[in-house]
Design a binder for this molecule. Structure first.
Ligand code: SF4
Ligand code: SF4
Ligand code: SF4
Length: 817
């Protein structure tokens, strides 16, 4: 279709593969060319089924558009339909290759954009088609169901399951994915009335500036149907005073519910003082909602107990980085990853946490970047790495310290950056030389030396998971990564940088807004111990002892995401008053005295700040169900019910206050996108006069297992669930996918349990136990297991320590039949 004609020679050429040459005069719409194009379209139509009338692609079909533009009404050729059966088994993608025009776009998307390699052309000529290896169904291939090929397919050959006959969207609205911290731009297609009641399509947005370009991942593309779950809360509910009734809660109107909340919160405050109340917000809610939430807590109620469950899922790490670098490391555009010549991925598994960050890393590797994966398990990245360094007994921090030692010893560090921006290099260098060598690290000596040679003089990027501090050597590992950032100068603008793979969409924004126990808006650290709020473990203890009497929970299902859920449930039961504001019924709402129904991300306006520090605003694509309202609106009305009538009646009023209170957000709401500004320079990308201090190794600790619980369990995110899975487990498609969340055991442990994977295992920690089916993972070290999060009500969380890291636990594993 891209044929053009060289005017001088009359030669017909495919423009997509012909380089322009001096003196060439190209005709793009000559009668001859148009005639050729018409013939090609006729051939395509001869092979195409006559199902346009029911095809979901409808008016968006590019074949139809081009045929209309060229004035081709019908093929005029003998029909030659290509009978290929529909592939219908998986719950995400329908492939009807009878409509395939062999444009190859899906293959290029799969290879060049998401770098998976699941599909390729199979066969030749009339039988040619895009297919998996051996033409297996997609679910039996390495396809990740990212849906990028579906969005890019110009015809109805590839479509999203369940929306296949839902009709052409009547309205398209750009929004931001509400799952992970990449903050991908989406276009939501809705049908059924203004502003749109039913989401019929989700695609990458066509905005010129976005994190994700033409890609999405399985969650962003397909899990948005959780909005339609029958568990949605559609009206305010208050606890039924009749304890013998089957209905635990009764409907209430908004005024009555909010008045009750305002009155009861004031009563508790009056009786027990402001410190008797706790406010637990969410890094899934918007910046505006988090700002207003902490404002009500701190300024109206006067309590210091402001918390977000995101604190245990990565906010703690962001706060530590902020403290350690004095706020100078804030922004690293994901696109810069592709300019990196070396990427060091430490315990990073973007495939399952932030897939779009994984695409950037894989594209960089495809372009020639060297990847150094430091990881106990052989993740997808480790498989693609130039070097996979498995720390083993030495521990990750020790491996990274060895790398720093090698860089300094070989003079492979960026002396100019160190001299200009860093302090404490001499002491650091001395401490590296003098620190005792860990014998376990000696086996890695050659890999570390080779990695240091790779890094020499190159632009380097570092990627780490949001749960880094959960590891027993997490703090030491963070110090080691920061030291490497200083040594490689990667914090300079356009030098790749430091990437924390935030698993929750607004981890950074919620911290910026002050929904954290020891930070005020603008990441102003609360240094006075008296004014600091309690963390989650302390809060639960305070509920148990009766020190906390009332709690307001916004956007978090605590009884699914927190460890030790029975303990948390008992603590919540001990409260005199509990308000829960959420979008779906769940175990936590069941315990509430008042339930306030919120709107989901595609049903409201607001802004999120992604893992790069990119603030992105969004508008509603659909209306909230029933009487549900955006969380910011509920909070604004609560402020009014508390006696401040005109304060926060519009989102613009909240944004105006954020712009004043949080200088880093001075551009919030003025544009679709803004960047969080550097505190010192005001510029998001320049570290200005920052002085980074090196962190000498504090001691070479290795994890010491409790003999009763000898294995380290990674309670790990999976591709098809986001975190604890409160939302994704309500997606019809994800439910249909039906993954069992099998415990993954290393080969030795697998074989000692019979070696055939039949039956179940019981995994027990000091805090709880779970039972699941299991399978072998040959890439795991012998003392580690992986337990997928999000499935089975996220029961795996119960293995972890509420007062420690929430994603790691020491466990023992036994076969139970
Ligand atoms: S993008 Fe669609 S039409 Fe093009 S080759 Fe792939 S399946 Fe066929
Ligand atoms: S869904 Fe994604 S991974 Fe699967 S074939 Fe399409 S582009 Fe490749
Ligand atoms: S990478 Fe994250 S933000 Fe992007 S589509 Fe997937 S879940 Fe959504």
């Amino acid at each position: 279709m891209c044929l053009v004609e060289d005017e001088a020679t009359g030669r017909i050429m495919a423009s997509c593969v012909t380089p322009a040459a001096s003196g060439m005069s190209v005709l793009t719409h000559s009668p001859r060319i148009l005639n050729h194009r018409r013939n090609i379209v006729r051939l395509m139509m001869a092979e195409h089924p006559e199902s346009c009338i029911v095809c979901n692609k409808g008016n968006r079909c590019e074949l139809r558009k081009i045929a209309a533009e060229l004035g081709v009404g019908e093929s005029g050729l003998y029909p030659m339909p290509n009978p290929i059966p529909f592939e219908q088994i998986n719950p995400f993608i329908t492939r009807d290759l009878t409509k395939c025009i062999l444009c190859g776009k899906c293959i290029r998307a799969d290879h060049d954009l998401v770098v998976t390699g699941a599909i390729e052309y199979n066969n030749r000529g009339f039988r040619s088609r895009p297919a998996t290896l051996h033409e297996k169904p997609l679910e039996d291939s390495i396809c990740t169901f990212c849906g990028t090929c579906v969005s890019i397919c110009p015809t109805g050959a590839l479509s999203a399951k369940n929306t296949r006959y839902a009709g052409t969207p009547e309205r398209e609205t750009d929004s931001i994915c509400g799952f992970c911290g990449a903050g991908c731009s989406l276009t939501i297609g809705t049908a059924g009335g203004a502003p749109g009641q039913s989401v019929v399509d989700v695609n990458p947005s066509k905005r010129k500036v976005s994190v994700n370009g033409a890609t999405l991942c399985m969650r962003g593309h397909f899990a948005g149907d959780f909005l339609n779950t029958s568990d949605r809360l559609i009206r305010p509910l208050v606890r039924n005073p009749d304890p013998f009734s089957r209905e635990t809660h009764l409907p209430a109107d908004w005024d009555a519910a909010l008045t009750l909340v305002a009155t009861r919160l004031s009563d508790v405050r009056r009786t027990y003082g402001p410190e008797g109340l706790a406010f637990i917000g969410s890094s899934k809610c918007s910046n505006e909602e988090n700002y207003l939430f902490q404002k009500i807590a701190r300024d109206i109620i006067g309590t210091s107990h402001v918390m977000s469950a995101g604190w245990g899922f990565g906010q703690r790490l962001l706060a530590r980085i902020d403290e350690k670098t004095l706020g100078s490391v804030r922004v690293s555009p994901l696109s810069d990853l592709e300019n990196a010549e070396v990427i060091v991925a430490v315990n990073a598994d973007p495939e399952n946490t932030v897939p779009v960050a994984g695409y950037h890393i894989k594209r960089a590797v495809r372009k020639g970047a060297n990847l150094i994966a430091v990881d106990a398990a052989r993740s997808d990245l480790a498989r693609r790495a130039t070097f996979w360094v498995q720390p083993g007994l030495a521990g990750t921090a020790v491996v990274l310290q060895s790398l720093a030692r090698a860089l300094v010893a070989k003079d492979h560090y960026q002396g100019q950056f160190v001299a200009q921006f860093c302090s404490g290099f001499e002491e650091f260098s001395e401490s590296l030389t003098n620190s005792p060598k860990n014998p376990a690290a000696s086996v890695l000596h050659s890999s570390v030396q080779a990695a240091a040679d790779l890094i020499n003089g190159k632009t380097v990027a570092f990627a780490m998971p949001a749960n880094l501090l959960d590891f027993s050597d997490g703090e030491e590992t963070l110090n080691a990564i920061l030291n490497l950032c200083f040594l490689t100068g990667c914090l300079k603008p356009k030098s790749s940088g430091l990437y924390v793979l935030n698993t929750e969409n607004n981890l950074a924004g919620a911290l910026d807004m002050g929904t954290a126990p020891n930070f005020l808006p603008g990441r102003v650290k609360i240094t006075d111990a008296e004014s600091r709020g309690m963390d989650m473990g302390e809060l639960v203890s305070a509920m148990e002892t009766g020190r906390i009497k009332a709690a307001y929970v916004m956007g978090e299902n605590l009884l699914r995401c927190l460890p030790q859920q029975d303990r948390v449930a008992a603590a919540l039961k001990n409260l005199e008053f509990l308000v829960v504001q959420d979008i779906v019924r769940n175990r936590t709402t069941e315990m509430a005295d008042v339930i306030l129904p919120g709107a989901a991300v595609y049903e409201k306006n607001g802004s999120f700040t992604n893992m790069e520090g990119r603030i992105q605003t969004f508008s509603p694509a659909a209306s909230p169900p029933g009487e549900a309202r955006p969380d910011w609106e509920i909070l604004g009305q609560l402020v009014r019910a508390m006696g401040y009538p005109e304060q926060y009646q519009s989102i613009e009023k909240i944004r105006k206050e954020i712009r004043q209170a949080v200088p880093m957000y001075q551009g919030l709401g003025n544009h679709y996108q803004e960047w969080v500004r550097n505190r010192e320079t005001g510029n998001p990308f320049i570290c200005g006069d920052a002085r980074f201090s090196f962190f000498p190794p504090s001691g070479l600790k290795t994890p010491s297992p409790d003999p009763a619980y000898p294995m380290l369990a990674h309670i790990a995110p999976v591709r098809y669930h986001l975190g604890s899975g409160t939302r994704t487990s309500r997606s019809e498609r994800i439910r249909a996918w039906g993954q069992a969340g099998e415990v993954e055991l290393p080969t030795a442990a697998f074989q000692s349990l019979g070696g055939n994977g039949s039956g179940k295992v019981r995994v027990t920690s000091r805090f709880g136990s779970i039972e699941r089916t299991f399978r072998e993972n040959r890439n795991l070290p012998e003392d580690q297991v992986i337990i997928p999060m999000g499935v089975n009500g996220n029961d795996a969380a119960n293995l972890a320590d509420l007062t420690g890291g929430w994603t790691l636990a020491w466990v023992c594993v036994e076969k139970i039949g």
